[in-house]
Each structure stands twice: as structure tokens, then as C-alpha cells.
Write a protein that binds this ligand. Sequence first.
Ligand code: AMP
Ligand code: MG
Length: 306
Amino acid sequence: MTSSKALVLLIGFASAAVAVERFEAVEPHMGTLVRIQLYAADEAAAAAAFRAAFARIEELDAALSDYRPDSELNRLCRARAGVAVRIGADLFTVLEASQKLAEAAGGAFDVTLGPVTHLWREARALRRVPEAGAVRDALARSGYRKLHLDVERRTATLEEPGMQLDVGGIAKGYAADEALAVLARLGIRCALVAMSGDLAIGDAPPGKRGWTVAAGEPARRLELSNTAVSTSGDTEQHLDAGGVRYSHIIDPATGIGLTNAPVVTVVARRGIDADALATAVSVLGDERGRQLVKAYGATVWSEPRP
Ligand code: AMP
Ligand code: MG
């Protein structure tokens, strides 16, 4: 989750029809490579836009990361159980969306699974499945109903000691939205922000119907504008043990990483929804997932893991 600076590629492509050029930049943030493509009048405008967008992503990582001990999220987790803590607008927005989805998904999406996700993170490093007792203990410290939000006061309360939040299933989608919004405020509406599998997409490139995006596995080619698309099931993050592949997505009902998880792709108006829904549908499966996505006015497809 560190954001070692740089690796900025500036690539300009002349666009014949209009007086804008395409630029692209890549930086590491939030444990992944963030790629931004945009159309701007000149290189100076593009460079300023990239700086502002990446700075916004960095600001969000500082608030939302569960890897960084000093993040706002981890400070909240260290507060005394039962005490309402006033939190920033970004953390509140992400937790509020998470709790709404947790309700709608019958608990399949749960950002209080931190004790369990951290156990599996360790398990991936050690290459062995966590002990049943440890999973039980971690699950006992989880449960979205133990996280309380107060919209008026903008506070969060963790009901029990030992709770840990993990917004890894929703934060990248939100960060993509926010980076795109920063670009729009600078007058750059024709842009695409890709946080690995989580994309936020603005206006179509000049003369095009949309941005050509390859999403899902096997990849489908889509032409999209003013929307977001997320694919869950990061094939790099899993544990192979005893002939079973455990996903980094946890079934909150069991505390166990999903096995035979499909690759789920969701298209929604906002990245915050697309990201979280893709994770939730992975847990819920096809039929219940489809109903949930419909209730959000989004679309979904899933492919069995190749
Ligand atoms: P994604 O790649 O968006 O599907 O999110 C996966 C990440 O979300 C994991 O690495 C965990 O940090 C977190 N996570 C795992 N299981 C769940 C779950 N059931 N609900 C919410 N977040 C989860
Ligand atoms: Mg997700």
C-alpha cells in the first residue's frame, strides 16, 4: 500500500479531428498500478491533471488503507469499543455505502471482516490454510451489525474490542470515481481511471462512441462512457492448498476464502457500487447476485474461473 512515487509515463497521441491529445500515466497506489488516460489540450495541462488525480488517490489511501497503521481507518479501529468517533467524509462515504450493501446482500459484503481477511493474508504468505479455531475467533470479532454509523454527527462506532475494518472490496472503485471527479473539476471530462480491475470512465474520446475496455475473463470488449466497471477475482491473490484454490474474497458465513469463485464483472454508474457489487456477487453466486445487481440498477456477468 505504499505509493513509491513516479513511474509516470507521458504518452501523447495526436488526434486529428480536435485540438486535444491523448495522454497516459501510470503510478503505483493502493497496492496496485493505477493507469489514467485522458484527453487534454497540451502536455502541461495533462501533467497538472495527473498530479491532482494521483494526489487524490494518495489522500484516499491515507484514509482508507488497512495496511497503513496510521490510516484514518486504522485509527478508528484502535479507538475504545463503544465510543463514537468522528470521521472524515471519505471514510464515512465508503462505510455508509458498505453498510447499505451489507444489508441488501444479507451480509455477503462485510467490511468488518478485517480479522478474517488479515488471517487469510497471513495464510497466503505462509501458504497454508488457517486453523479452524483461528477462523472462528476472527469471525467472532466480525459482523457488519457491530459497526454503527451516525449520519448527522458523521461518526462511526465499533461495538466490540478487537474489531478490524477492511474496505479492500470497495475502496478502489471509490478512488477511481474520485480521481475522475478531480479531472472533471479541472475541465477534463474525457478520461478513464483504471485501478487494476476497477475502472471509472468519463466522456467518450473525441469522435468515438466510448472507451474500448476489455473486462472479465475471458475478456469481453465493451465501448463505454460515463460509467464504471469492476471485475472481481484478482487471479493473483489466492491460496492454493491441498488441491483447493481459496480466493481472497471471504464468505462471511464461514470465514473461508471462496473456492471455485467465478470471475464477476459489474457495470454500474459509479465505481463505488461496481467494485462492491462485484465482490458481493462473488459471494452470493449467480442467482442471488443478479437480483442484488438489478436492485442497484447495474448489470453483471460472471464466468467460471478458467
Ligand atoms: P475485490 O478485489 O474488490 O473483490 O475485493 C476483495 C477484497 O475485499 C479482499 O482482498 C478483502 O480485502 C476484502 N473482502 C474479502 N471478502 C470480503 C467480503 N465478503 N465483503 C467485503 N470485503 C471483502
Ligand atoms: Mg470489489
